[in-house]
Design a protein around this ligand. Sequence first.
Ligand SMILES: CC(C)(COP(=O)(O)OP(=O)(O)OC[C@H]1O[C@@H](n2cnc3c(N)ncnc32)[C@H](O)[C@@H]1OP(=O)(O)O)[C@@H](O)C(=O)NCCC(=O)NCCS
Length: 124
Amino acid sequence: MRSSGWRGPCTPATSNAISPSSGETTGRTSATPPSTTGLFIGEPSAWNRGFGGDSIQTLVRFAFDEMNLGKLRINVFDYNDRAKHVLEALGFVQEGCLRRDFFREGSYHDIVILSKFRETNTLS
Ligand SMILES: CC(C)(COP(=O)(O)OP(=O)(O)OC[C@H]1O[C@@H](n2cnc3c(N)ncnc32)[C@H](O)[C@@H]1OP(=O)(O)O)[C@@H](O)C(=O)NCCC(=O)NCCS
């Protein structure tokens, strides 16, 4: 993953996930001070190939070591088991839940709030 575009405090950092075989950008992660994080790998054919985990791992290091953030937080739809698996494997834990907060295909879903604090980080 390649980090780019961070211009200092109060601006978001975005990082591209780049396929080593094609050199194409497959996705993007971001961290916006003080704590908000986003993650997507755009092409479903690129899922489950390690890009998401690699991207988040690099972002975590960059956010804590370079941006000096104390916390990262990300909202995940409750049915997104893949995203939860990737984030929990990298030390994100559930700190809250917005119950029945999102309507999709006929029913309401919870939004799970996952977070990670710098002092618990072992990835650096
Ligand atoms: C969620 C997302 C970022 C994950 O990225 P990715 O590149 O597919 O993830 P990785 O390949 O690094 O890791 C996938 C892991 O999830 C696991 N997994 C796959 N499907 C799963 C499922 N249904 N339930 C639980 N775990 C699952 C894989 O086994 C793998 O775990 P492992 O490394 O322990 O074997 C990506 O799928 C994506 O962008 N999806 C669409 C947008 C999205 O959901 N963004 C997240 C918003 S919070």
